[in-house]
Design a protein around this ligand. Sequence first.
Ligand SMILES: Cc1ncc(COP(=O)(O)O)c(C=O)c1O
Length: 396
Amino acid sequence: MKIETKAIHAGDRKADPARPGAFIPVTTPIYAAASFIYESTAQLDRVLGGEEEGYCYSRYDNPTNAALEELMASLENGHGALACSSGMTAIHIALLAALSDRRKSIVAASALYGATTSLLGKVLEPLGIEVQFVDICDLEQVRRKIEEHKPGCVLMETISNPLLRVGQMDRIAELARASGAALVVDNTFATPLLVRPLELGAHMVVHSVTKFLAGHGDVLGGIIVSDEEHHAITRNLCRTAGPVLGPFESYLTMRGIKTFAVRMERHCANACRVASWLGSHPRVAKVHYLADPAHPDAATIRRLLPEGLYGAIVTVEVKDAGKEDVFRFMDRLKLVVRATSLGDVHSVILYPVIASHRDVAPKQRERMGIHDGLVRLCVGIEAVDDIIADLEQALA
Ligand SMILES: Cc1ncc(COP(=O)(O)O)c(C=O)c1O
């Protein structure tokens, strides 16, 4: 089935095995139960021992979470998935699973979500895990780093934040596999509608489902989708470490995912229009968007992404603007929401200088191309003319 159909049907409508012939709910209910009982102790023993399918304790497994996990495994074409309490937990557990029987060393993209960089530097490095950063869009540099450091894991994002760079994931997967490393991909910005990393050779894919998948700004959650080998490792890790998502959040996430493909198409179409409008605005110095034929990774984008689906994020450099000008522009917006996060139905704007790159020294920020006039817009699914009108009056 096509991904749009899977998004609506996968994981749902399970019959209750204890009551054959009874009704089947059209959507999976919220199973707000910490543990589950059986007719006999012998059956509980079989379920606990893994000889019979079933649920015993919600830290191990829960029917609402299982439905979401089946859905996500289907969307990403993975062997299995695990729902976690946040995107960060999903990344943390995926990295631990990737390194479980490999060298405790990670080669990571230098442009990562800020909290992921902190996780590597402030949590994993102090535990003795070696971390090396690499320009993930420079394949030669990636090859050299992998040869030099023989990492247990390579970590990258499909589309980087906020400058929207796209690495050659399939080639990086080949390099990682040839050296025995696991490739972990954060696919949050792309979603499985644009790119499915496991099909390109990655071992594990993680999402902050908080963003486009749940899509309505009301859930915090994460998911790990893996191949067979890594799913088994991740499942054991999750059962012990207990990073599970609550069943209510699982339910909301599934409800969001049913419409994620149509929402994503509209996000992409609106973003394309907004990017091209901004590109010709006299107050705009530069627009970063994946549809731009002059994008530094244009060849990779054409090769790995479907035509016309270039994501919702548009990064804009306001001409000659300092922090005060950017604050003034953002404060004038009436429709576009000033907030952290992205991927919601509403358009949202964020200033990296005070958010993702707050702790980066100004000179280093400049070197990274994060100028003082740079803002990140996640274009929502409102009528695009209304979004443009709001940006126009605020820029004016
Ligand atoms: C690309 C990316 N990965 C991971 C995360 C972390 O997700 P969460 O906030 O759900 O923990 C975020 C959050 O903004 C993100 O943008």
